[in-house]
Design a binder for this molecule. Structure first.
Ligand SMILES: Nc1nc2c(ncn2[C@@H]2O[C@H](COP(=O)(O)OP(=O)(O)O)[C@@H](O)[C@H]2O)c(=O)[nH]1
Ligand SMILES: [Mg+2]
Length: 262
């Protein structure tokens, strides 16, 4: 597959999502089949889920070998490292776009078409956003709402960004954006990973747009969110601000500066 081919890849990290994975993959396949005339790939990145998610994904991949692949890793090492492993596979295969989505149906796979459409209409990155008009959250506890909204507010103010939903994980990147932001040096693991990727995209002067989505609490399985992950995100924000991170020279040369989004 060449980089010129228009084949988006959707990367879906899973840890103990046996109750959700088949429906998530089914809805994503239907949506992407309609939205991607040249084809698409879904890559499930499973970190050795004890509930057998990886085996279910393998069966689905054997039923749809042209559309679905599974990357098996040994132990759960967090969402960030799982995404980085998946991105590497997608970029190596010449993906035109790389999308992120949770596997618990909190993100509605039918919204993938709108995220992809926003990038095809000219954005470099589209973020599924709960905190722009038309977006929202259903079924979350008050505590969870406060942590999420407060986290995005804090990151936005501290980093001086205009993005309203910085911690969400429903995204579509033009593949070149991921090549420009030096993924090899990304170390963050949880929500911090989402903040860091958006921040790096903006630092490299890519256009980031927010697409309203309604986020639903998961109906099956358990959240892996914990206070360690929230703390990591809280500490990352000042670290990013102080780091003065710039893309490496060769990545910057491949991607001349474009419309600033800050
Ligand atoms: N591969 C992998 N996926 C993970 C890991 N931790 C969480 N996930 C997946 O990342 C997505 C978001 O996690 P979730 O627990 O729903 O976080 P929440 O939505 O913030 O509560 C889901 O698809 C999880 O299965 C991990 O360590 N490895
Ligand atoms: Mg979730």
């Amino acid at each position: 597959m060449s980089a010129a081919t228009h084949v988006p890849w959707l990367v879906v990290p899973t840890y103990n999502e046996a109750a959700n994975i088949e429906r998530v993959v089914g809805l994503a396949r239907t949506t992407l089949a309609a939205a991607c005339p040249d084809g698409f790939r879904i890559l499930v990145v499973d970190d050795g889920s004890p509930d057998g998610t990886g085996r279910i994904a393998d069966r689905l991949a054997s039923e749809h070998p042209d559309e679905l692949r599974v990357l098996h890793r040994d132990v759960p090492s967090g969402l960030g490292p799982a995404y980085l492993a998946g991105f590497a596979v997608a970029l190596d295969a010449g993906a035109s776009h790389v999308m992120e989505m949770d596997a618990d149906l909190s993100h509605d796979p039918r919204d993938l078409a709108r995220l992809l459409g926003a990038v095809e209409a000219g954005a470099d990155v589209a973020l599924g956003s709960r905190y722009v008009p038309g977006g929202g959250v259903s079924d979350w506890s008050l505590l969870r709402r406060c942590v999420s909204r407060g986290g995005s507010w804090y990151a936005r103010r501290a980093l001086g960004l205009r993005i309203r939903d910085l911690t969400g994980g429903f995204k579509c990147f033009r593949a070149d954006v991921l090549r420009a932001i030096d993924l090899d040096s990304v170390r963050s693991v949880g929500y911090a990973f989402q903040v860091e990727l958006t921040w790096r995209s903006i630092r490299t002067h890519h256009t980031v747009v927010e697409v309203p989505i309604v986020f639903k609490d998961r109906e099956a399985g358990d959240s892996k969110m914990n206070w360690r992950i929230a703390r990591e995100a809280a500490l990352l924000v000042p670290a990013l601000r102080c780091s003065g991170w710039r893309p490496p020279r060769e990545a910057a040369a491949r991607n001349p500066l474009r419309h600033p989004s800050t």
